[in-house]
Structure formats: C-alpha cells, structure tokens
Design a binder for this molecule. Structure first.
Ligand code: EPU
Length: 301
C-alpha cells in the first residue's frame, strides 16, 4: 500500500518518521518471504499516537513489524502500511541490576552487552533471533529460560486508548510463548532486572546453549524458528520427525532435515507455499496423533 495522502507525507519528517516506499518485506524477514508496502521507520516513540491518528483518519490500515524473525507475511502488494521502530543509540542503559532496553534492540546483542557487565540470567536466549520487543510480546524462551522472568516494567503504545502506557511486570501475564499484551499493543521499551554473575560464568552458559543450538537447529538457513508451539508435554518437532516429514516440501518451502519444527525457505519460497506446507503438516499430525498444532509463527494473510 502506498501512502498518497499529502497531509501525511508532509507531516512525516516532523514526526521523525522516514518512509521507505514500496519496500519488499522479504528483505526484512528472516524467512525471506513477504510482499511490498510502504515501510515507516519511527525514530521517536512519542510520535506514535499522532502518526496512528493520521493514518486512521486517512483510512490507511497498518501493522507493526519488529525484528521480522517470527512472522510469515503474505505475497504481493500488502493492503496495509508497515510501522517499524528504528534502533536508538545506545540500545541498552544499565543501572545496577536493572537494564533499560529499547524494544528495537537486538536480543542477542542485549544479552551479550549485559553479560559483559556481569549481568546474567538470559544465557539461553543468546541464539534467539529478533528484537527485545518481539521476544517480550511472545515471551520468547529457550533452554529453560524465558524473558518474562526478568521483566519489571514495560512501556508500550496501547491502541485501545491511543496512548503511551507503562505497565509493571506484575500486571503482565507471561506464559509459554504467550503474554497478556493486547494483540495491537506496540512494545516500546522494557526494564529488566538481571542477577549479578561473573562474565566468565555467563560466557560458559552461552557457549553451552550455542553448541546445543548449532547441533540441532538449521541456523544457516532462512527460517522463522519453530513453526508450531509444543503441545503440553510433547515436542512438535519430534512428532513431525516420527511422521517422516523431514525434507517434505511444497515448492521451496521445506521442512528442515535438521529440526522438523523449522520450516525453511530453500530458495524462492512464497508465503502461499509456506502456508500450504503448514496446513498439510498440521493435517498429517491431526490424522496420526489426534492433536491440532497451533502456530508459534505469526501469520499475516
Ligand atoms: N526432536 C526430534 N526430531 C526433530 C526435532 C526434535 O526427534 O526433528 C526431538 C529432540 O531430539 C529432543 C526433543 O525432540 O529429544 C525436543 O527437541 P528440542 O530440544 O530441539 O526442543 P523443541 O521442543 O523442539 C524447543 C523450542 C525451541 C527452543 C528449544 C530449546 C518450541 C516450539 N520450541 O524446541 O524454540 O530453541 O526448545 O530450548 O517451544 C522457537 O521457539 O522458535 C524455538 C526454536
């Protein structure tokens, strides 16, 4: 979708918003899939309420893109405009055991930066791709650690009241790959409280997690991490593997031969191919195990 409203185009620079015209979202997602639209790069959180008011008034639909590492976006010209936060400098500020982190910050770099300052706890998250905001929204986790454990405060844009809001950690529910944030909340910043740990000890933990990840996940291929959530007490990846689905494909959308819950773009996969693969695999699991798998990846059709 192209923004043609003159009032908005004139206002964008004053709001601290850059516009990338007709951007291909395949270049902004880890799957390398996604159609085209105007991408609005927001440099000031405080501008969001006014920007949204203007888009609403002119009838432009919009969605918010974080790190693009857990999303499957449809093909073709998209019927919405995409909003995206620009990383500030610095992305993280430390005060004792508290880390104040911008939602646009890279999760891995944040974990490393905190580690170098002897703040640990998040070792398992080191190889999880994406931004801190994306990790927060879905309560990303790995190797027994989830980000929600360390959250003390979150600043967000609340679409319902069209305002910037600060929530205390206790007001937010963090569950397995799920949080109580509204679907249209936009994460802006977070205050984490991290345990003190010597850098060397944190590094050892990071190395162990990295090693486990490298040996079991297709890290050098385009993917969105695990496609399905694990049903209680079961591994979706193991079920798909047991069904012999590794390497099963629809066009270039392929079940990884390394970890069956990773679906990779093995060339020029389209969203349509990936969606077809997801549906087919889900059907196979339903028929064999009587379990309906729920997607972990966010799908924008
Ligand atoms: N397994 C297989 N074949 C496969 C994949 C897995 O037999 O193709 C077996 C493994 O051998 C292991 C068991 O299934 O015995 C569990 O596998 P794994 O340790 O890889 O864990 P997972 O449940 O498949 C979860 C998270 C990952 C996270 C890892 C490590 C979900 C959906 N996935 O995977 O998170 O990295 O644990 O903590 O919760 C993600 O969320 O995108 C993600 C990759």
């Amino acid at each position: 979708m192209r923004i043609e409203d003159a009032k908005i185009l004139v206002a964008l620079p004053d709001l601290g918003v850059d516009r990338l015209e007709d951007a291909s979202l395949s270049e902004h997602t880890s799957l390398g899939i996604g159609g085209t639209t105007d991408l609005l790069l927001i440099k000031r959180h405080a501008s969001i309420p006014q920007l949204v008011r203007m888009l609403d008034a002119a009838g432009y639909a919009f969605k918010f893109l974080g790190g693009g590492s857990n999303v499957l976006i449809r093909d073709g010209e998209l019927p919405w405009v995409m909003l995206h936060l620009v990383k500030p400098d610095p992305e993280v500020r430390l005060e004792g055991n508290f880390a104040y982190v911008d939602a646009a910050a890279d999760l891995g770099r944040t974990v490393t930066f905190c580690a170098k300052n002897n703040l640990g706890g998040m070792e398992g998250l080191i190889g999880v791709p994406g931004t801190v905001g994306g990790a927060l929204r879905m309560n990303a986790g790995a190797y027994g650690i989830q980000i929600g454990t360390y959250v003390r405060e979150v600043e967000l844009y609340r679409a319902e009241t069209r305002s910037l809001v600060t929530l205390r950690g206790a007001e937010i529910r963090f569950e397995y790959r799920h949080t109580s944030f509204a679907h249209d909340d936009i994460m802006l910043a977070v205050k984490l409280e991290l345990p003190s740990k010597p850098f060397k000890e944190i590094l050892d933990g990071i190395r162990i997690c990295n090693e486990k990840r490298r040996s079991s996940q297709p890290l050098n291929q385009k993917s969105a991490g695990c496609i399905f959530k694990n049903p209680p007490g079961v591994s979706a990846g193991r079920m798909l593997d047991e069904l012999g689905l590794k390497s099963f494909h629809v066009g270039d959308a392929r079940v990884s031969d390394r970890h069956a819950n990773f679906f990779v773009n093995a060339g020029n996969a389209t969203a349509a191919q990936m969606l077809s693969l997801i549906d087919t695999v889900r059907e196979r699991v339903r028929n064999s195990y009587g379990i309906t798998l729920e997607e972990e990846v966010i799908i924008w059709k």
